[in-house]
Design a protein around this ligand. Sequence first.
Ligand SMILES: Nc1nc2c(c(=O)[nH]1)N[C@H]1C(S)=C(S)[C@@H](COP(=O)(O)O)O[C@H]1N2
Ligand SMILES: [Mo]
Length: 428
Amino acid sequence: MTTRQHTERPSRRGLLRAAAGAGAAAGLGGGGAIALAAGNPENQPPNLPEWSRSLGPGVIEETYGTRSRHETAVRRYVPWLTPDRISSVSFTPLAEMHGIITPSGLHFERHHGGVPDIDPADYRLMIHGMVERPLVFTLEDLKRMPSVSRIHFIECPANGGMEWRGAQMSGVQFTHGMLSCSEWTGVPLKALLAQAGLRSGASWLLAEASDASHLARSIPLAKALDDAIVAFGQNGEAVRPQQGYPVRLVLPGYEGNMWIKWIRRIEVGDRPWFTRWETRTYTDLMPDGLSRQFTFVNEVNSVITQPCPEKPLRGRPGFVEISGLAWSGAGRVTRVDVSVDGGDTWRTAALQDPVLPKALTRFRIPWEWREGQTAYLQSRAMDETGRVQPTITELRRARGTESIYHKNSIHTWLVDREGTVVNVQIDA
Ligand SMILES: Nc1nc2c(c(=O)[nH]1)N[C@H]1C(S)=C(S)[C@@H](COP(=O)(O)O)O[C@H]1N2
Ligand SMILES: [Mo]
């Protein structure tokens, strides 16, 4: 039995929690940022459109290129979710993303002390501690060194953190939007450490920010010597102010909180520092009241971005490509399965090249939505370490419901008879 029509809930589903509240209302409003009306028939075949009958403006003097004026509703800023500049956040509108690269202007933001205005001439990066030669680098020093460009996702460990106890936010921008993927360019951290010369016994680093948050995290030396990058480039240009201009730390696969923006100092030591950022916050509270410490890696995860609450099927039965994003902080995504019946049956999706380690991976699979059909859409990713995305029930069984971090469970979108798409959770 491959296509099963779910006009009622299958019995094995004990619990079905639908999203409600402000998030649901905002997510459903308008059904996506761009409302496609029928348009003006005068501009449609077989007529010559009006824009083909006169010359448009040529190259114009402007400070920076802009996108189509018809696309400006696609944005990361969400007023009702961004309270203040001391601790502010914006979300990537994942439903509007194509491919795997996040345009820099739509990269999610998480600032604990606002965005500092740093003159690159004043920028300095200090390396000290258990090293032979303490060093201070200018931005020019860094740009002269051999550099690398790598495509990696960054995900805030609190992504989806409101959903441990039930579905809350009806919109993929809110359930998964603290996730972006850029091409980062910079100097491998191991090259800077080699210049400074590690003293024997060195095993941890402290990376510290220069903004008012003074965010600081302990990083295992092995990670620094593996694939960490001190980055000044993002998607072909300078790192954006919101992403850490002029220099941020890139720690591929590690939780976003550790990717220190506006980095000013790296201290080499022989033990972790236990800063407030890795003790009071960013630890996973377990059911027994203890916390998991140093959960560095964002584990294998995925979500369907079409259809989704922002991309409903309303009134348009027929063919639709199910598409979404998969990622793993442990390496490459090897497989994504998709279910339209809440996990009873699965089909394996096609992975779009390139499939890069610790980068977003786009998956696609064709689907036919029949008029009036109820469906429970899910995606389940696997990575090259053999890890499989857990169900929400499996994740809760292992980790309880007290945590707000590292939620990577299989996500469910309910497509109702009308083709509206809602965030739900299935107890399975
Ligand atoms: N200096 C500094 N670095 C920081 C932060 C910050 O507030 N200040 N926020 C951290 C958190 S919690 C996350 S999830 C990522 C967000 O990176 P982004 O704003 O480029 O998306 O940056 C991390 N690095
Ligand atoms: Mo974060």
